[in-house]
Design a binder for this molecule. Structure first.
Ligand code: FES
Length: 491
């Protein structure tokens, strides 16, 4: 399940692994879009910057994005105004409009303008024009210059749509690979411990004046309380070969709404999003998306399918700024929702200002320590409820024995007096691992679309043998031996 951009973009040259002791002005942890943009802006302002990445640069969620660069973040303006107040909502809109402009400028400066394409963005609905009328009014109050239309550059006749001009779409791997080129980067250098302003990896350490954590989900399990106020949503994407071109970056809301854009020789169709760990919603996600593809673009060939996930905050505004009052000199950027291109650029600008003695005029709206309004408090409580349910399910006894699993099925099963997460592959081999997440010990659920074990609490994911696929968990599980269906060990 390789993302389309990985198929059409040459691999980046490898970077060394961190070895020995190092020192720098700023250490950035995480080599996705946010880490690269933040490191590059600080580097361009003359600071001595080091970036460390646990795997390869751009190997995480960034390569799975559809890379729409827009300040139009779905059906968001009315909700944002309600949850954050008009002043902070205007700051967020201004930060995102500026991020679109600045990202285009940076792509050009890095020589990647061919991979960055100026297009309008559209928010459309098939069934709820009233919601878009209210959204248009809120956009006007917040300074987002949208216009109402019913014309989309796609085979869709909407009930209503909002168009925002001068937005963009990009190949994230091509643009960010070029942006990262002058940076000092260490790959395969997972941070194992953070002690004040010094981090330890398996073979080296870095002492910095300031540290910025850009690890998609913040890597420290408890500090800052992010585990209570951040969850992850998963979404699925198909790349379709078609002669039809989608003009613009489209995002649909309501029944039958999908995300669409063109990308070199293909249309990317995304949707079916759900909270990570919701096994029922995950089941059949690709089949439903394929069904939508057949209706919109009959007879198209599928070039790639993949999924990715996004961190969601209760009020819809990312957390950008001081990690926690208990960690002086440590900063964080996370919670971009489905809009990581503009959110990351806005975060990079806020952090670059903060670390070079300039207070960004929009920083207060993004502060991780901000108070949340009453409407966001409900979302906060729901997140806490999900985390408790995930922990509570640890106490439930499993009903199934592994012998009852058919090929392709996964479930939490009995293993003597214990539980195991078990999956039987198409050859009959049984794969088992611990049913508990290595982050904060919630019980995992089986994602039948991806054949992975997903955590309903905060969205960590493991493969069927317990290998870590994405955090916030930082540790693999102890990997169990596989067994054939007759009980003998697999070769
Ligand atoms: Fe937090 Fe699993 S991701 S407990």
């Amino acid at each position: 399940m390789t993302p389309y951009f990985s198929l059409i973009t040459p691999s980046l040259p490898p970077r060394p692994t961190l070895r020995g002791e190092h020192a720098c002005d700023v250490l950035v942890i995480g080599g996705g879009i946010c880490g690269i943009l933040t490191a590059r802006l600080l580097h361009d302002r003359g600071l001595d910057v080091t970036l460390v990445e646990a795997e390869r640069l751009l190997s995480g969620q960034t390569r799975g994005t559809t890379a729409k660069v827009t300040a139009q973040h779905g059906l968001f303006a009315a909700k944002l105004e309600k949850s954050a107040g008009k002043k902070h909502a205007q700051m967020v809109v201004q930060a995102n409009l500026e991020a679109v402009r600045a990202l285009g400028e940076l792509a050009r400066a890095a020589g990647a303008d061919a991979a960055f394409e100026s297009v309008p963005s559209f928010l459309y609905t098939l069934d709820c024009p009233q919601a878009l009328e209210e959204e248009a009014d809120a956009c006007a109050r917040l300074g987002l210059p949208v216009t109402m239309t019913r014309k989309l550059g796609a085979p869709i006749l909407p009930a209503a749509a909002l168009r925002l001009d001068h937005q963009a779409q990009m190949n994230p791997l091509a643009v960010l690979g070029a942006v990262a080129e002058p940076l000092r980067v260490f790959e395969h250098s997972r941070v194992l411990a953070l002690d004040g302003l010094r981090v330890q990896t398996a073979q080296g350490s870095v002492r910095a004046e300031r540290i910025i954590v850009c690890t998609h989900y913040p890597m420290l399990p408890l500090t800052g309380g992010y585990f209570l106020r951040l969850y992850q949503q998963r979404a699925y994407v198909l790349a379709l070969r078609t002669d039809e071109r989608v003009e613009g970056a489209l995002y649909g809301v309501g029944a039958g709404g999908y995300s669409l854009r063109s990308a070199r020789g293909a249309v990317l169709l995304g949707g079916e999003s759900h909270r990570c760990g919701d096994a029922r919603a995950a089941r059949g996600a690709y089949a439903r998306l394929r069904c939508a593809a057949d209706q919109l673009f009959p007879g198209t060939k599928e070039l790639a399918r993949w999924s990715a996930q996004d961190c969601i905050t209760p009020d819809g505004i990312p957390y950008v700024g001081a990690y926690s009052p208990r960690l002086p000199g440590v900063y964080v950027a996370t919670g971009f929702g489905k809009w990581g291109m503009t959110g990351s650029m806005a975060a990079a600008q806020i952090l670059a200002d903060a670390l070079t003695g300039h207070q960004s005029p929009v920083a207060a709206a993004f502060s991780p320590q901000r108070a949340v309004g009453a409407s966001a408090a409900g979302a906060l409580l729901r997140q806490a409820g999900h985390a408790c349910a995930g922990l509570g399910s640890c106490a439930l006894p499993p009903l199934l024995a592994s012998e009852s699993l058919a090929p392709g099925e996964g479930a939490i099963v009995r293993d003597g007096l214990q539980k195991r997460a078990a999956y039987r592959d198409e050859d009959g081999t049984l794969h088992t691992c611990s049913p508990y997440c290595t982050h904060l010990h919630c019980q995992l659920t089986f994602n039948a679309a991806e054949r992975t074990w997903d955590c309903p609490c905060h969205g960590s994911r493991f493969d069927v043998d317990g290998h870590l696929l994405c955090g916030p968990a930082q540790r693999e599980q102890a990997v169990a031996a596989q067994k054939k269906s007759d009980g003998s060990p697999s070769p």
